[in-house]
Design a protein around this ligand. Sequence first.
Ligand code: SAM
Length: 232
Amino acid sequence: LFIDHPLATGQPVMLEAAQAHYLSGVMRLRAGEVISVFNGRDGEWSASIIEAGKRGGSLELLEQTAPQRDPPDLWLLFAPIKKARTDFIVEKAAELGAARILPIQTDFTNSERIRQDRLQAHAVEAAEQCGGTYVPGVDELVPLARLLDGWDGIRRILWADEAMAGPAQTLAELPAAPWAILIGPEGGFSDAERSRLTALPFVTRISLGPRILRADTAAVAAMTLWQAMLGD
Ligand code: SAM
């Protein structure tokens, strides 16, 4: 369970109604049972349920059971698509160990707005599901051009480009660096965006194979490849 609270032995933690309902109504846990909690900073802790009901509840923190693991140094830049598929991308990015998720506005992006708080809640849920000790932050929507203007170039951008001919570059040959995977919108990038990305020295293009994938599939495929080759 994710709790936004400092973790220390003996400390009581008050639960929000939704968290208490998750423990009692969904997981069918009762007072006295022990669960795992994390806050994204202090590793994994065991905690005993003092009370969990419809209106809220509380826990008592017991001890640290696993140290904090640093998130892998991978970001995901993607252009939001339809609501359910954007939710899917955020959920899978959290599962696949993205440390930061940046929704971007591109020339052909359909969504002008996102519900950042909802997407962040999806990231929390996904991190809880897969037993992570950190939750990736989900940024507000930012125009790609502005993001590139301020990019420091130390973090390299891995641009999944369907127009890239030939087999995928071996990811194992990529320089060891912090990376950000870039996935375009359903309509792809505009010519202007393609020219700019191609000219930037810190951008590397990769192919995900000969088939054109939907943006959500491409995001999952690229993050899986990266984790398989470069994740630790
Ligand atoms: N521009 C294309 C078009 O309209 O025909 C399709 C864009 S594709 C649906 C959405 C995004 O997924 C692309 O911008 C790219 O980042 C990624 N993508 C899809 N297939 C890919 C592939 N085979 N290799 C690399 N990236 C791919």
